[in-house]
Design a protein around this ligand. Sequence first.
Ligand SMILES: *[C@@H]1O[C@H](CO)[C@@H](O)[C@H](O)[C@H]1NC(C)=O
Length: 177
Amino acid sequence: MPSLCTIEALNSRIWILGVLLLTTTQGSRVDDICYNWLGNLGDGFTVGQTNATICFTNWNENDAGDHLVSDLSTCYGYYYCESKTSVGVWNHCPTNQHFNLVTGECVSPETYVCVYNRCRNVKKPYLAVVNSACFNYQSCATGAIFTCPAQKPYFDEVIQSCVATQPASNICLWVMR
Ligand SMILES: *[C@@H]1O[C@H](CO)[C@@H](O)[C@H](O)[C@H]1NC(C)=O
């Protein structure tokens, strides 16, 4: 039986959706199978949860006023810190965004290289593998890692497809040293 989670299956689903609205039900079933989508639950955090030490731990000396710091566990959660000594209050980025701890903002995942589980909070079946220059991509449903074909060696996670030219996003350009 062919997998429901291949790019081909999703592409044909998009095509079918354009033609027939009635396939929407089928579409959401594929989503449940293909996406590692658990909403924002299940990572051990709830909105409003506090941490007494996280602001102090994450504070940079050049941080002037109140700002957001990473929760050091997820790609989408952050703590609001009023000052270095205040208690951090957890919240999270909207769906399909990651927290950029450098800028303290929620951003599109490909623009920032998050080192925690990149699939969480992102409704996409495949994402580029960190530090692979986008030569590799991963199924968020199974964790399986794939390589793009030689003629189209780069995975563009924005369009969910292998492409000939390396995408100019940070997730493809950034290499860990
Ligand atoms: C609070 O944050 C620290 C990191 O500064 C972490 O080690 C600790 O587990 C967190 N505590 C709770 C209760 O989440």
